[in-house]
Unconditional design. Structure first.
Length: 576
């Protein structure tokens, strides 16, 4: 079964109901407008489809108003008029047909209110989340609004007519679960037989990933089931719209979920995952119920140290509502219990793979500026401050973190938050445990950075204006022979001699290799690239080169080439 992945943001046409209507039904709608005009003896000169508004959604039937701006000729006069085509679409047949109910002239007060945006993903703000959660509970689990009881995600699934099954479809354990909107097939692994097989899955099935070792966590399963239920409640129309664009619906990889960077526009996929992530804890831990339980426990433990008391309360709420301790603590913080913040540190990671780091560097301006300052080096899959207390070089010349740095990562390493993916698979959606690194802004030691920048600025101001002369000046400054640079850059000494004497065109990969061989500071590396006549763009190759220049020139050329290979890029130097 072939799976084709692509980023939602790379297909701007996806998830646009208006675009689908224009692409598929313009001719038919024009014919309807023309027929309407002919029956009324109106001379229709032109008709332009200007807007599509979703006015109602009943089961899988989408009702919409399609607005036309028309020019008509009556009694030798040209008249501009607006007409509304009231129509509906059956999403279950992939929006393959349009059914016109009536056509009427439009007037200023006729404008219909859209019940869904053009993406067919509901527009729910953060302030509306508590109300939405109560509404879902009122319909599907009303007893939780009367009693401070745990909410059964399985019970909600059954009330929705969904079935929950367990199968090992991801032995690595990166995927948490899937929700299927139609009959489909998926590959599952049999840990006993050690083979894979095809499983037929019915519409309305939530498939929970079962680990090969048989271990499971009820709290994670509870949250995953409810997460998929929310997709079923809110996101079926969006799924069916995407399927209308691509009947194969192989798989669509969503790059961000609940935490989308401020400098980037949210995609429909981002919004769907954010809604599921935000609603699930509010349903599992209803506001009034949590407040009542928490207040009772606080009164009962009022003589305890606030931090110790809140840790106990978090543990009790976690057990009572069958949610993780982290989710229980975050829910208390959201509801205004300030003591829940005591001793709590947002979960972050310091280790980040090179592909994730390159991806983040390419799209996060704050991360780029932090690295281009030259304050951090990429060592042992961490971005660590350039200081001998934190970074050392072993006898074989390889950089590594000191024991002190490993014990004090928060002091010297950049932090990353990890966000889960959501994705679509044949017949449904999946929630992955696989995560994408998002840079957590750090406070840089300004005094240290100022001293380093001043030193580098003095070197920079004393450099010649040409590439060849600058290359030679760096070699002299570092006391490096052409043979030594050749060894460190994997570029022959004959070519280096040529580059020093003549300002001829030099390929960008070799410029990068020379910066690595010279162990240049990021600012000096970028200066050398500029003097070679290059400006970086946003291609994967150029972003990876920038990452090496700003954080990895003190690594060996062989290490840098290994990192390039992880991205499927060609090595540089003699290994080109």
């Amino acid at each position: 079964m072939e799976n084709l992945y692509f980023a939602a943001s790379e297909d701007a046409r996806s998830l646009s109901f208006a675009a689908l209507v224009k692409d598929r039904f313009s001719d038919q709608l024009h014919a309807e407008i023309k027929q309407y005009a002919n029956l009324r003896n109106i001379e229709l000169q032109s008709a332009t489809l200007s807007n599509v508004v979703v006015t109602s959604l009943e089961r899988d039937v989408v009702y919409a108003d399609v607005l036309f701006q028309c020019t008509t000729g009556e009694s030798n006069r040209v008249i501009r008029a607006s007409y509304v085509v009231d129509c509906y679409f059956d999403a279950k047949d992939d929006f393959s047909q349009i059914h016109v109910r009536c056509i009427t002239p439009s007037w200023p007060t006729r404008a219909a209110q859209a019940v869904l945006p053009d993406t067919l993903v509901p527009d729910i703000s953060k302030d509306q989340m508590e109300t939405m959660a109560r509404s879902i509970l009122k319909e599907l689990y009303p007893t939780a609004l009367r009693n401070a009881m745990p909410v059964s995600a399985l019970g909600i699934a059954l009330r929705l007519g969904l079935r929950v099954e367990h199968a090992c479809f991801d032995p690595q354990g990166e995927t948490l679960g899937m929700i299927f909107f139609e009959d489909s097939m998926t590959a599952v692994y049999d840990p006993i037989e050690g083979v894979s097989r095809i499983l037929n899955v019915k519409r309305g099935t939530i498939l929970i990933n079962q680990r090969p070792d048989g271990k499971f966590d009820d709290r994670i399963i509870n949250n995953t089931i409810l997460h998929e239920c929310i997709h079923w409640i809110l996101h079926k129309p969006a799924y069916l719209l995407q399927k209308a664009y691509d009947p194969r619906l192989t798989a669509i990889a969503c790059r961000r979920s609940s935490a989308v960077q401020r400098d980037r526009t949210w995609t429909a996929f981002d919004r769907m995952e954010w809604q599921a992530n935000a609603l699930a804890p509010r349903i599992l831990m209803p506001e009034w119920s949590v407040r009542m339980q928490a207040d009772q426990l606080i009164r009962r433990m009022d003589k305890l140290d606030p931090k110790y008391r809140m840790d106990l309360i978090v543990s009790k709420l976690s057990a009572h509502y069958a949610v993780s301790r982290t989710l229980a603590r975050i829910r208390l913080i959201e509801l205004g219990y300030e003591d829940a913040k005591l001793g709590y540190i947002d979960p972050v990671h310091y280790e980040v793979g090179f592909p994730d780091a390159v991806r983040e560097y390419g799209q996060n301006e704050s991360f780029r500026k932090t690295l281009e300052s030259g304050a951090y080096a990429y060592v042992d899959q961490r971005f660590c401050l350039r200081d001998k207390r934190y970074i050392a070089r072993s006898d074989d010349g390889v950089l590594h973190l000191t024991d002190y740095a490993k014990a004090h990562e928060a002091e010297c390493c950049l932090a990353f938050d990890y966000q889960r993916h959501t994705g679509w698979v044949p017949g449904g959606m999946q929630r992955d445990r696989k995560q994408t690194a998002k840079y957590v802004e750090a406070a840089i030691d300004i005094q240290r950075l100022t001293r380093t920048t001043q030193d580098v600025s003095r070197v920079l101001n004393g450099l010649p204006g040409s590439f060849g002369a600058t290359l030679e000046a760096h070699m002299q400054r570092r006391g490096m022979t052409q043979e030594q640079l050749a060894e460190g850059s994997l570029i022959t000494d004959r070519r280096i001699r040529t580059y020093c004497l003549n300002d001829q065109m030099i390929p960008l990969p070799r410029v990068v290799a020379l910066c690595i061989g010279l162990k240049l500071h990021p600012i000096l590396s970028l200066d050398l690239v500029k003097k070679a006549g290059y400006l970086f763009n946003q291609t994967p190759e150029h972003v990876a080169y920038q990452m090496i220049l700003v954080a990895m020139t003190h690594n060996s050329i062989y290490e840098c080439n290994e990192y390039l290979k992880t991205l499927g890029l060609k090595p540089i130097g003699k290994e080109e």
